[in-house]
Design a protein around this ligand. Sequence first.
Ligand SMILES: [Zn+2]
Ligand SMILES: [Zn+2]
Ligand SMILES: [Zn+2]
Ligand SMILES: [Zn+2]
Length: 85
Amino acid sequence: MSCEICGFKQAVHECKICGRRVCYDDYNTEKGICSVCESALCQICGKYLSISTCISCGRQGCEECLVEISQVEYMCLDCLKKKKV
Ligand SMILES: [Zn+2]
Ligand SMILES: [Zn+2]
Ligand SMILES: [Zn+2]
Ligand SMILES: [Zn+2]
């Protein structure tokens, strides 16, 4: 079976988030996830897939790390704290 990301190398790992079978190059052994999920991951906690970006610092964050401040805007918990002080 070939890697589901690059399509030509042999798939040796399975991503624990999306379940894709990927090659060594497209896998982060430390996190156990593929390169696609890694780039979509929350930049704050690094545990979940991001849902949007913080309007203040621009980091992408997951549901846990971002707070909805309007229908289309999110702010991360760090920026929210700074703002209140
Ligand atoms: Zn690959
Ligand atoms: Zn994945
Ligand atoms: Zn997060
Ligand atoms: Zn922020």
